[in-house]
Each structure stands twice: as structure tokens, then as C-alpha cells.
Design a binder for this molecule. Structure first.
Ligand code: GAR
Length: 187
């Protein structure tokens, strides 16, 4: 039995990536254990997963970033969390916070980085007439969506692709590469 690394997932919304990580993390040899979920949205659907799987969770408003980070840090330290996954977390963390966890925070982004950093990725991918889009898991660095890439998965953009169909198609791949990335980091 591997000694699992105590980890935290930050979310803002549906939490489907969180769900994929939770499910995989129950394998005896998966390297991390989710011991905390932090949401900056009280209504995040992902918080229901915390209840379902009996994982401690916290809501901290991100209206005041400093307070959000202070409260999160307090909880993270209290629980001896050593690794953080951002999974659909839609706020930008401060350089100060990120530096405290150098190479210990990873994120998933719904594009083939360095293409389409930031928001509205699917809309921009479609507008660019690109043949492919995809998703990327990367380390979080102070520059938005620019840290070292861990894994990427390409998907073909079909002729009649819509933002929603592309989003769904990419999410399927996100759910695979997020757990795979975690495995590859600790292998
Ligand atoms: C995912 O597509 C994720 O890549 C994206 O938000 C969605 C969250 O879905 N993240 C970003 O755009 C971060 N900039 P989920 O809440 O169902 O995991």
C-alpha cells in the first residue's frame, strides 16, 4: 500500500474533474488522497461530491482574494496538505500563494496550451478555425496558464462543432488526463 500524499482540490463549479480524481484516488496505488475540497462558490455542484464521498470541504468567498488565500492556507496547513489540484477553479491565485507551493499545484485547462489561455477557450478555438483543440494539465506558475506542461490530449474539431459539443468532447478527455497526470508526477 503506497503512502498517499495528502491533497486538496480547489473548485468553482460542476466538479466533474474533481469526481474523476476522487474515483481514481480510491485505487490502492493511486499516489494522492483527497483530504480537502475548497470552493470559492457556495453553490458549486462539486461540493455535493464532498458530502457523497465524506471528504471535508470548505467554502471561502473569493471576493477578497487575500482573505480567501489566508483562510485556504490555514485549512491546508491544519490538514498537512502537500499537493493541490485546481479543477475548474476559476480564480487566479496570487504569486505569493503559488510560490508557497512551488511545483505542488497543478491545473487543468480546456485547450492545447499555449493556445487559448484564459477564458472562453472553446469559443476562441472554434473562431480560429483550428482543426484540433484539446486539454492540458500543467504546473501552476505565477503567469496565467503558462507553467510547465504535464500532459495534453488533442481532440478533432468536427464540421458542425458547437461550443457545447466541443466542451463535452474535451471534458471526456480531461477526466482521463487529470488522473494520469497525477500518476505520472509521482511515478
Ligand atoms: C473544465 O473544462 C476545466 O478545464 C475548465 O473548467 C471546466 C470545469 O469543469 N477550467 C478552466 O477553464 C480553468 N481556466 P468541472 O468543474 O466539471 O471539472
Amino acid at each position: 500500500m503506497v503512502k498517499k500524499i495528502k491533497s486538496c482540490v480547489f473548485i468553482s463549479g460542476n466538479g466533474t474533474n474533481l469526481h474523476s480524481i476522487i474515483k481514481r484516488s480510491r485505487d490502492y496505488n493511486f499516489p494522492i488522497k483527497i483530504e480537502l475540497i475548497i470552493s470559492n462558490s457556495l453553490n458549486a455542484k462539486g461540493l455535493k461530491l464532498a458530502k457523497k464521498y465524506g471528504i471535508p470541504s470548505k467554502f471561502f468567498s473569493s471576493n477578497y482574494k487575500e482573505k480567501f488565500e489566508r483562510d485556504s492556507l490555514h485549512e491546508i496547513k491544519k490538514r498537512k496538505i502537500k499537493f493541490i489540484c485546481l479543477a475548474g477553479f476559476m480564480k487566479i491565485l496570487s504569486e505569493n500563494f503559488i510560490k508557497k507551493f512551488n511545483h505542488k499545484i497543478i491545473n487543468i485547462h480546456p485547450s492545447l496550451l499555449p493556445k487559448f489561455k484564459g477564458l472562453n477557450t472553446h469559443k476562441r478555438a472554434l473562431k480560429s478555425n483550428a482543426k484540433y483543440s484539446g486539454c492540458t494539465v500543467h504546473y501552476v506558475s505565477p503567469k496565467l496558464d503558462s507553467g510547465k506542461i504535464i500532459l495534453q490530449k488533442k481532440v478533432l474539431i468536427s464540421k458542425n462543432e458547437t461550443e457545447n459539443s466541443l466542451k463535452r468532447k474535451i471534458l471526456v478527455q480531461e477526466h482521463k488526463i487529470y488522473p494520469q497526470s497525477i500518476i505520472s508526477i509521482f511515478r
